[in-house]
Ligand binder design. Sequence first.
Ligand SMILES: C[S@@+](CC[C@H](N)C(=O)[O-])C[C@H]1O[C@@H](n2cnc3c(N)ncnc32)[C@H](O)[C@@H]1O
Length: 209
Amino acid sequence: MQGKRIFVLKANKARTDHKFHLKGLPSTGGRMDIVCRCISRALLYHDEPRKDTVFYAVLLGPPTPPKIIRVDGSKVESLEADEISIAKMIREALKSCRSSVEEEVLAGISVSRTSFQDLVEFFAEKGYHLIYLHERGKDIRKMTFSAKSVHVFVLGDHIGLNDSDELLLERLGAVKASVGPRSLLGSHCIAIVHNELDRYFVSTRSSSL
Ligand SMILES: C[S@@+](CC[C@H](N)C(=O)[O-])C[C@H]1O[C@@H](n2cnc3c(N)ncnc32)[C@H](O)[C@@H]1O
């Protein structure tokens, strides 16, 4: 598989238990609608899961932050594109999670109590390439990617990352990358990143044939 990708969404207000309403994802879920849209864009082609991608949502809302939901595109059994189906899946995962260690609660979906800092430090220690998505970063079209590396794209929700998150990423050597000059919705950024990398790997493969 070429160009394995990881997306990390920092969801500053998203609830950390299952007590949110499917009809009130933005309000009762603390913008859980953003989490659902990002999962859909990160993990689906139009009709099947993207096996090259793992998605992490760092949930920081009440009542017990932090919690991380990890969805692995190579293992997830059924994933629907619509927000409500994904929100149901998140509710079930948060409801089933009982212990404080990482637990696979549904096929390909696990929940842990890891913090944002511990997660990105773990990726840096593994030698993964950290990329902080930001409109004032380097143009993603001018960057090079290795098919053998794992690329970790970090993005914010409607609030974004704070100064200490940015300092942390800088300390870990993250590259700041932009998909365009305007501030876009996070889920749109994910779709664009996938498209840019898909095109990049197709073109580098055909030029080396
Ligand atoms: C809706 S934006 C966040 C807006 C928030 N007010 C802020 O200032 O960060 C969601 C996230 O998408 C990413 N993003 C938005 N526009 C981007 C762009 N043009 N290039 C790369 N990443 C972008 C950033 O990671 C951002 O935190």
